[in-house]
Design a protein around this ligand. Structure first.
Ligand code: ZN
Ligand code: ZN
Length: 402
C-alpha cells in the first residue's frame, strides 16, 4: 500500500493538470457535456472501456480473472456560482464554478483508474468507475442505478468520497452508520378568505393562520421527537397577500425537512400534515400540504467503513485518520448506492496544508480556506494523491481479500 501512495504522489503533476482542466469547464447537472468528453478521453488513453448513461460515464477495468466488483463513484456537476477570475485555472464557463470540489472527485477517480490499470494483472474481479451527473440538483445516482450501473458485472461494494475544507490535506475522516441526512421539500398552502383589512371578521386571515402554522411546526421537533434524535423543519420562504389593506386569502410556505432516520422522516411527514390541518382549522382556514421526497439518509455500512479506516491507517498513519462522531444534516445522493449495496462514503481533507512530501513536484494551489459552495472555495491540491492512494488501496485490498 506504501507503493500505491508513492505512485500517487509521483503522478501529482498529472493530477493537478487533470483537475485544473476539469475546473475550467464547470457544467450544471445533466449538462456535463465537455466534462464527460474529458473523462472519456482519459479512459480511452488508459484503455478502459466505458458505457454512457445520459451525461454519466461508467468505466470498467477488468482484472486478470473474474471475481468481485468494487465501484468508485465520482460526481461531475458544478454550481451556478460566479468564480473570481484571479486563479490561473478559473472557470471559463461564466456563471458556473466547481465550488463543491467535484472536479477533485473526478480527478481522484481517474487517478485511481490509472494506478489500478497498471496493476490489472495482479487482481481478480473488476473495478467500476461511476462518473455520475447532477449530484447538486435532481440526483443523478438514482437514474444511474435504474439504468443498471450496479449490474453487469454485479457491484458488491461501493466507495465514494467528498472533499472537505474543514480538514487539512493529508487527513481524512470516516463515520460508520448514518452520515448524511434525508431531505424532503415542503410546500404548504394555507387558504383563508379575503376581506377588507378593516373588517377581519368578514374574512379568514391566511397570514395569521400561516404564522401560527410556522410556530406550531417547530413544536414537532421540540415536543414530538426524542431529544436524542435529530431533525430540522425549516420554512425558508413565505409568500402571501396582495396589499396592505386587504386580508390575505392565501399564503404559501416553502421549506425543507431534514432527518437522520427513515422512522423519524416518516413520523415528521405525517405530523406536518396533521399540524397544518388542525392549526389552520383553528383559524377557520384550510391547508394543503405537499411533501416531495428528496435524497434518503446516507447510511455507511459498518464493516465497509472499518475496512476503509484500516486501509487509511496503513496508508496515512493513524494520526491522520479520524473517526467522526456526529453526522451532518447536509445531503448526498451517494445514499442511493448505499441503499442497494454495502459500502462507505468518507471525507477527504482538502484544507490548506504544507505539501506532504518534501520531494513532491508541481505547484500547489494557495489552499482552501473557504467553505464548500462559496465562490472563494478552493482545494489544496496536495489532497489529490491522497484521495487516489486511498481509493486505489481500498479497491486493491478488497479485491485481493487482504
Ligand atoms: Zn455541493
Ligand atoms: Zn458535493
Amino acid at each position: 500500500m506504501e507503493n500505491l501512495l508513492k505512485e500517487a504522489l509521483a503522478m501529482q503533476d498529472w493530477l493537478i493538470d487533470t483537475r485544473r482542466t476539469l475546473h475550467r469547464i464547470p457544467e450544471p447537472g445533466n449538462e456535463e457535456i465537455k466534462t464527460s468528453q474529458a473523462i472519456c478521453a482519459q479512459l480511452d488513453a488508459l484503455g478502459i472501456p466505458y458505457t454512457r448513461i445520459g451525461t454519466g460515464v461508467v468505466g470498467l477495468l477488468e482484472g486478470a480473472r473474474s471475481g468481485r466488483c468494487i465501484a468508485l463513484r465520482a460526481d461531475m456537476d458544478a454550481l451556478p456560482i460566479e468564480e473570481p477570475q484571479d486563479r490561473p485555472y478559473a472557470s471559463q464557463h461564466p456563471g458556473y464554478m466547481h465550488a463543491c470540489g467535484h472536479d477533485a472527485h473526478m480527478t481522484i477517480a481517474l487517478g485511481a483508474a490509472k494506478l489500478l490499470a497498471r496493476r490489472r494483472h495482479e487482481f481478480s474481479g473488476s473495478v467500476k468507475f461511476l462518473f455520475q451527473p447532477a449530484e447538486e440538483t435532481t440526483g443523478g445516482a438514482k437514474p444511474m442505478i435504474e439504468a443498471g450501473c450496479l449490474e453487469n458485472p454485479h457491484v458488491d461494494f461501493v466507495l465514494g468520497l467528498h472533499v472537505i475544507p474543514e480538514l487539512p490535506a493529508g487527513q481524512i475522516e470516516v463515520k460508520p452508520g448514518p452520515f448524511y441526512g434525508a431531505s424532503d421539500n415542503l410546500e404548504i398552502r394555507i387558504k383563508g378568505k379575503s376581506s377588507h383589512a378593516a373588517y377581519p371578521e368578514q374574512g379568514i386571515d391566511a397570514i395569521v393562520a400561516a404564522s401560527a402554522v410556522v410556530q406550531m411546526l417547530q413544536t414537532i421537533v421540540s415536543r414530538s421527537i426524542s431529544a436524542l434524535d435529530s431533525a430540522v423543519i425549516t420554512i425558508g420562504k413565505i409568500q402571501g397577500g396582495t396589499r396592505s389593506n386587504i386580508i390575505a386569502s392565501e399564503v404559501v410556505l416553502t421549506g425543507t425537512i431534514r432527518t437522520l432516520s427513515e422512522q423519524v422522516r416518516k413520523f415528521i411527514g405525517a405530523s406536518v400534515e396533521e399540524v397544518c390541518a388542525h392549526t389552520a382549522a383553528a383559524y377557520g382556514a384550510s391547508s394543503e400540504v405537499h411533501i416531495s421526497p428528496s435524497y434518503p439518509v446516507l447510511v455507511n455500512d459498518e464493516a465497509a467503513t472499518e475496512f476503509v479506516r484500516q486501509t487509511a491507517i496503513q496508508v496515512l498513519g493513524a494520526p491522520n485518520v479520524h473517526l467522526r462522531q456526529k453526522p451532518t444534516l447536509g445531503v448526498e445522493d451517494f445514499a442511493y448506492y448505499l441503499r442497494e449495496r454495502p459500502g462507505a462514503f468518507w471525507h477527504l481533507g482538502c484544507g490548506k496544508h504544507p505539501p506532504l512530501a518534501a520531494d513532491s513536484v508541481g505547484s500547489i494551489s494557495a489552499g482552501a480556506t473557504a467553505a464548500l459552495h462559496s465562490p472563494d472555495f478552493d482545494i489544496d491540491e496536495s489532497c489529490l494523491p491522497i484521495g487516489v492512494a486511498l481509493q486505489a488501496s481500498t479497491a486493491m485490498r478488497w479485491l485481493l481479500d487482504i
